[in-house]
Design a binder for this molecule. Structure first.
Ligand code: SF4
Length: 500
């Protein structure tokens, strides 16, 4: 495998943290008016290099990188050479290098989930702040695509820091209104933005255009005044800090609302709460609560009626409550970047979720939605800390549950990656047998709370496929379908044969 390089800078100080070796990759689909590497724009040309050679070059300068420095891929547009970039980053990461890419988010998106988890710092070039200016500057209509790239970074698995950069050209974006628009664009990635940089436009690339005989579109525009650019950078920084503060305030208000919603639906009858507690008392989570603390716990937890279809928590919710299902069923899912719903777990009576979030203070990553009418116990963090935190049994129970989820997620990944539709359907039925199967004379009865679409989302299949596969299993005599909500498994062994 080969990549195409325009040049290498061995001791770069500007393209990411610390001292870095910068690989400038060949090729860029944009035609930025101020591009000072017009010779790097063409996809062809450049010097070919393998990922192994990148690693070898990086190792020559390793002693200069210190704690922060490392390797940067710039360009051109490095994401255009997806396979090469992925392999190079993989090798570099295996050897513990700090990695950075300088990008406009243009490339084959199928590589993004492979590349972005391997990146420590992303230098995000924000070319323009609206569709029209983007097109004028770059000559292509890519603004929407660019915004989608920013919005999808988390879903692609990017967990590093972002330096957001903007080249300021006098007469174009050297004003406060433009800085407001800049900060607004950063909204979906704000939690990862570590630095905002305004790069003053300069004219040192003009002579390259003359040498190459390419017309220069900013002919006659003076270089950007550095002091004014710095002033506007400070202004944008302050705006950004303000917007973060506002967001946090809003999040706090939303959390208050979340408590209010639960409180509005609270079961206030003391008898029902006491009944609930005694019936859940045998769970490891509650068994350890000392008898003298029961009244205290009961007065603090919120037992709420949640209607089928209502949300219990959403992605990004603060870790201030965990949830225990007293009655009913809840699905835990997330929306994939293709807009599909991927269901991870179906939880029912006695299951709980959110314990690990409280322990490590991490926001919820998934969505919890009631599949049936539910009664859910919300345990506030303060109650958890006061009554539960010191119990090794409770902590073990939270960790065991988390471990089960990891196992289930691993199985899911394997199933989605390696199984065909029959295997996925059989695997799903076996999972349901384990979770909700009831032995009857006719076979193992599964009372479903999910429709066909949700069954598909749980198993990684489309609704039509799962419906067809269930029909086939019925024809083969493995199962019986009773309406849409009941499946009777007649031949467990035959289903097991698909997944063993
Ligand atoms: S994105 Fe960078 S390399 Fe591509 S045209 Fe613009 S300035 Fe040049």
């Amino acid at each position: 495998m080969k990549g195409y390089l325009q040049s290498i800078e061995t001791m770069g100080l500007l393209d990411g943290p610390g001292t870095r070796t910068v690989f400038f990759l060949q090729g860029c689909p944009l035609r930025c008016a101020y591009c000072h590497n017009p010779d790097a724009i063409a996809m062809s040309g450049g010097k070919s290099v393998s990922p192994e050679q990148v690693l070898e070059i990086a190792s020559r300068y390793r002693s200069y990188y210190g704690e922060e420095g490392g390797i940067t891929f710039s360009g051109g547009e490095p994401l255009l050479q997806g396979a090469f970039l992925h392999k190079s980053l993989e090798l570099l990461k295996q050897e513990g290098y700090n990695t950075c890419i300088d990008t406009c988010g243009i490339g084959n998106p199928s590589f993004f989930p492979k590349i972005l988890p391997l990146v420590d710092t992303l230098l995000v070039d924000v070319k323009a702040f609206d569709h029209e200016s983007f097109e004028n500057l770059t000559t292509i209509p890519g603004f929407e695509r660019y915004l989608t790239f920013l919005e999808s970074l988390e879903n692609y698995g990017f967990r590093g820091q972002i330096w957001a950069r903007h080249v300021m050209v006098p007469g174009y974006t050297d004003n406060e209104e433009a800085m407001k628009a800049f900060v607004e664009i950063l909204r979906p990635i704000r939690h990862r933005v570590d630095r905002i940089e305004i790069l003053p436009y300069h004219t040192s690339g003009v002579k390259k255009y003359r040498q190459l005989g390419i017309p220069y579109r900013l002919e006659g525009v003076e270089p950007m005044d550095k002091e004014r650019a710095k002033e506007l950078e400070i202004y944008a920084d302050k705006l950004f800090a303000d917007s973060l503060r506002q967001e946090r305030k809003k999040e706090r208000e939303n959390n208050v609302d979340k408590f209010k919603i639960l409180k509005d639906r609270e079961v206030i009858s003391k008898i029902e709460k006491a009944e609930m507690f005694s019936s859940l008392r045998e769970l490891p989570l509650l068994r350890e609560v000392a008898d003298e603390d029961v009244d205290g716990v009961l007065s603090e937890v919120i037992l709420s009626n949640i209607k089928a279809g209502d949300y219990i928590f959403r992605t990004g919710d603060a870790p201030d409550l965990m949830y225990l299902i007293y009655q009913g069923q809840m699905k835990i899912f997330y929306n994939t970047i293709d807009g599909e719903e991927q269901i991870f777990y179906i939880y029912r009576d006695g299951d709980f979720v959110g314990g690990l979030n409280l322990l490590v203070q991490a926001p919820y990553r998934y969505v919890g939605q009631a599949l049936t009418d539910c009664k859910v116990v919300a345990i506030p963090k303060s109650t958890f800390d006061k009554y539960f935190y010191d119990s090794s049994v409770i902590l073990r129970s939270v960790l065991t549950k988390s471990f089960e989820r990891i196992r289930w997620a691993e199985e899911l990944i394997q199933r989605l990656a390696t199984s065909n539709a029959s295997m996925k359907t059989a695997g799903l039925l076996l999972k349901l047998v384990k979770r909700i199967g009831v032995e009857t004379e006719e076979g193992i009865r599964l009372e479903l709370s999910m429709n066909r679409e949700e069954l598909g989302n749980y198993s990684g299949l489309r609704r039509e496929t799962i419906t067809r596969k269930l029909g086939e299993f019925k024809e083969l005599g493995y199962i019986e379908l009773v309406g849409n909500k009941v499946i009777i498994v007649k031949d467990l062994e035959a289903l097991e044969g698909y997944v063993l």
